[in-house]
Design a protein. Structure first.
Length: 357
């Protein structure tokens, strides 16, 4: 009879699902008494009382249909009523759970067994570490990329032949790409529009500066071929050093060899023996001492100008005119269509990569 009665009691067990204010969900089976909890329940995580919420759920549920026991009343009366069944909690907690808080002392006897596990409070989420971007490091990367790229750009344009100079214009894109990529990598994805603008400006300044220095070198080379771009004093000093190097002792043999070589460079075939004694004497007495003074610096520029009736003001004016001509030519080269396209492409690529657009 006792076994039959216990089996009958199990028909009244109801599954209750409660969500605590802390966010933890838990459920258990209970046999309600007058649609009320026969004992107190608490949250297995934070220890808050969940009896009120459980009673509210029971009130909303329809009472179970009564089951008539077949056992005679006297026998039922003789059997002691079983103690309320302990709740069987079933819950799905996150993988990392905190240790459950202790229940109040008054409800310690009726609290469900402590559940150990790795449940974690929903508010205690720990975000994964995020890489911290740096504007300063990104700017440093843009500067390093610009310097390295423009150095290669300068060397290719300066020392490669004309065919490679045309191809080298496309290296401008490489300069922009390198500067933008290093800004992105060293800045750890900083990617602001300000960084993109600064990187683009650095690339443009580097490319235009390289083009200016290259063009200036070419200009000076061309002027040197025609003896322009420098003062008469500096040109004669360079020539005097060559003479002193060719005629170190001032002997007649050295002078004859030097004068014959000069005559041959002018298109005439002259042997040292064909040089007249008067030419040797004039070179030895007049030209060689003056060249020695110029090469050693004994004769200053002012002395040379006074001796040769040279006006320094006119020389400076001539140099300014040459500089103005160079700047005009460089400006025309700078605003050429192909060069503008290359510069715009380099700046745009630097902006795109540095801002991670």
């Amino acid at each position: 009879m006792t076994v039959h009665y216990l089996a009958t009691l199990n028909l009244f067990m109801i599954e209750i699902k409660v969500q605590c204010d802390c966010g933890q969900k838990f459920k258990f089976d209970v046999e309600p008494v007058n649609q009320q909890m026969p004992y107190a329940v608490t949250c297995p995580i934070c220890g808050r009382d969940g009896t009120g919420k459980a009673n509210a759920i029971l009130q909303q549920m329809a009472p179970p249909a009564p089951v008539t026991a077949e056992a005679p009343a006297p026998v039922i009366a003789m059997v002691a009523a079983p103690a309320p069944a302990a709740p069987r909690l079933r819950m799905s907690a996150p993988s990392h759970a905190a240790a459950p808080a202790e229940a109040p002392a008054a409800d310690a006897a009726m609290a469900p067994p402590a559940i150990t596990g790795l449940a974690r409070h929903p508010g205690d989420t720990t975000a994964a570490p995020v890489k911290k971007s740096s504007f300063g490091m990104a700017l440093l990367g843009a500067l390093i990329g610009t310097l390295a790229g423009t150095l290669v750009y300068f060397l290719v344009l300066k020392y490669c032949d004309v065919h490679y100079r045309i191809v080298a214009k496309f290296l401008a894109l490489g300069v922009g790409g390198l500067a933008g990529w290093l800004a992105e990598v060293m800045g750890k994805g900083e990617g602001s529009k300000e960084l993109g603008g600064i990187t683009a400006v650095l690339v443009l300044c580097g490319l235009i500066g390289s083009q200016y220095l290259i063009a200036l070198g070419w200009w000076h080379e061309e002027l040197a071929l025609f003896g322009q771009g420098e003062t008469a004093y500096s040109l004669n000093v360079q020539s005097a050093k060559q003479v002193v190097q060719a005629v170190p002792t001032g002997s007649e043999t050295e002078i004859r060899n030097f004068l014959a070589k000069q005559a041959s460079e002018d298109g005439n075939t002259v042997t040292p023996a064909a040089v007249s004694a008067d030419d040797v004497k004039e070179f030895h007495d007049k030209t060689l001492p003056q060249d020695q003074d110029l090469a050693s610096g004994k004769m200053t520029e002012a002395q040379y100008d006074a001796q040769n009736d040279i006006d320094p003001a006119k020389e400076k004016e001539s140099q300014k005119n040459e500089e103005g001509t160079f700047k005009s030519v460089f400006l025309l080269l700078l605003i050429s269509r192909s060069n503008l396209i290359a510069l715009a492409g380099a700046a745009g690529l630097a902006y795109k990569l540095s801002t991670n657009a």
